[in-house]
Design a binder for this molecule. Structure first.
Ligand code: CMX
Length: 138
């Protein structure tokens, strides 16, 4: 797959309002965007660290993926996202390698990226996301 870099690390939190001050005041990062992704039942906050982002995830519905995760495991690292090129091809490669796909086709995620998830049961317990910025690769 040869990811170019870690695009972001997703961290599940109970409350963006409570978590953001740690990233801003203690780590000295700037929250540059807050966005609701209704389809994923989350509100997100983004910080840039070098080439990589931190994505804080607050659930908007206890039945959504982050709501269920927090209920089961509590706050913490929720997923890791790799930047790839030609995401459709990368998904086919993952499937051919026996990895269970959550998304057969990429869909639109936060910041307008094309995203697709690989199932944590196939990726050694880490929910893994592939993402591509189609605007950048044009
Ligand atoms: N990391 C690792 N393991 C996870 C996990 C995560 N983030 N989420 C769930 N699991 C594990 C559970 O612990 C559980 O394991 P056990 O069977 O051993 O107990 C198993 O996966 C099934 O968990 P579940 O609570 O029953 O949840 P579902 O099967 O309904 O869904 C998953 C799990 C990963 C398929 C679902 O959360 C999903 O589709 N995630 C992708 C979408 C997503 O996470 N969106 C939020 C972020 C959006 C964004 O970044 O914009």
């Amino acid at each position: 797959m040869k990811p170019t870099h870690i695009e972001h690390i997703g961290i599940a939190v109970n409350s963006l309002a409570e978590a953001i001050p740690f990233y801003e005041k203690v780590l000295g990062l700037k929250c540059y965007s807050i966005e609701e992704v209704a389809e994923q039942k989350v509100k997100t906050a983004f910080f840039m660290v070098g080439q990589t982002k931190i994505e804080l995830l607050e659930s908007t519905d206890p039945e959504g993926p982050v709501g269920k995760f927090i209920e089961k495991k509590g706050e913490g690292i929720h997923h890791m996202a790799f930047a790839v090129e030609n995401i459709e091809e990368r998904l086919k490669e993952a499937e051919a390698a026996g990895v269970k796909l959550i998304d057969m086709q990429p869909r639109r995620g936060a910041e307008g990226l094309s995203i697709a998830f690989l199932h944590p049961k196939s990726t050694f317990g880490v929910l893994t996301e592939l993402c591509e910025d189609k605007n950048k690769s044009k």
